[in-house]
Design a protein around this ligand. Structure first.
Ligand SMILES: [Zn+2]
Length: 80
């Protein structure tokens, strides 16, 4: 069974330019940003947003990758 999640590693929490918080991922394989359609290269940071699912697709929790150009983020440091 192949899940799309295996192509990225969870890095940790990140702060968005809007002040919100999201989960940052590091790409293991190449992704395509859903907003600008540019490639997210392996090793690059990116975030995800929930995919809009049509009515009736209850239970679907797919997410789409967004590059840091479209959605700038800053990793939160875990050492305090
Ligand atoms: Zn983008």
């Amino acid at each position: 069974m192949v899940r799309s999640d295996v192509k990225s590693n969870r890095v940790g929490r990140a702060t968005l330019a809007t002040g919100g918080v999201t989960t940052a991922y590091r790409a293991v394989a190449a992704f395509e940003c859903v907003q600008c359609a540019r490639a997210i290269a392996p090793g690059a940071l990116f975030s995800r947003q929930p995919r809009r699912t049509p009515p009736g697709a209850f239970g679907m929790t797919a997410t789409d990758p967004i590059c840091v150009t479209c959605r700038p983020l800053r990793l939160e440091t875990t050492s305090e």
